[in-house]
Design a protein around this ligand. Sequence first.
Ligand code: CP
Length: 304
Amino acid sequence: MKDLVGIKELSKGDIELILNTASSFKDILKRDIKKVPALRGKTVVNLFFEPSTRTKTSFELAEKRMSTDVLNFSVPTSSVVKGESLFDTVKTIEAYGVDFIVIRHSSSGVPHFIARNVNASVINAGDGINEHPTQALLDAFSIIEKKGSLSGLKVAIVGDILHSRVAKSDIFLLSKFGANIRLIGPPTLIPDIADRNVEVFYEMDNGLEDADVIMMLRIQIERQGRGFFPSTLEYFRNWGLDMRRLKLARKDAIVMHPGPMNRGIEISSDVADSSQSIILEQVTNGLAVRMAVMYLLSGRNEDA
Ligand code: CP
């Protein structure tokens, strides 16, 4: 496989290979010397057309840990602001002979378009409301670390599913592994999904009952415009995760959030910082998962 543009395109076996490889990289990251020469001589460009904290820093650190040469492309100081097209920008960067292009863009489908037009491996770091495959992979890795497997788990995904590329990638992945997915949120923010593994709940209390995993999602005000719910106060009252609601799930339920969090809107601070929250472990695991993705796309595992 040349690119990672979405979870939809991956088989169960592909995903298992990535997660097993990530597990080996996680062991390496526990050592004193965390850097490996696995991708020495390779060059990667990080092209982020949308803001990012976790994904950008995670890719950059993963690239450095793998000994690649890293180019960080800064959109606001580039010729994009002079009107250069995405195609010309990417072709210009490709002329340096880069091996990987990591791209985040506000338009769905941009990574797919680039992948068709360059020889470099393209990794989707989030495209519009479409997919965020490395987030779903790190989510799966984090759940398996805590629960042993995905099959049969009751996973509640709560909030702005309509605008969430994380939710879409998670649903594709969890479905392939036989998890029971519950989508919880206001009717205006839940798209029609015909999947035998997916149930929809508009009442949060019902949806959380006996859940093994609760994945909270950010309310994406920047993609919504107005009118999807009356107010943020009203939203928290109906679909926010607080301590009372957390108690409706299983005692050993884990709480996840891809970040960035809106504390007090979709999740209360006491839940976000509780012992059941694995939000920061998700960030840690993202590093090993992204190292695994780049290593496998490079084909160097086949040389070994
Ligand atoms: N989870 C995630 O994509 O976070 P960032 O927007 O900070 O990269």
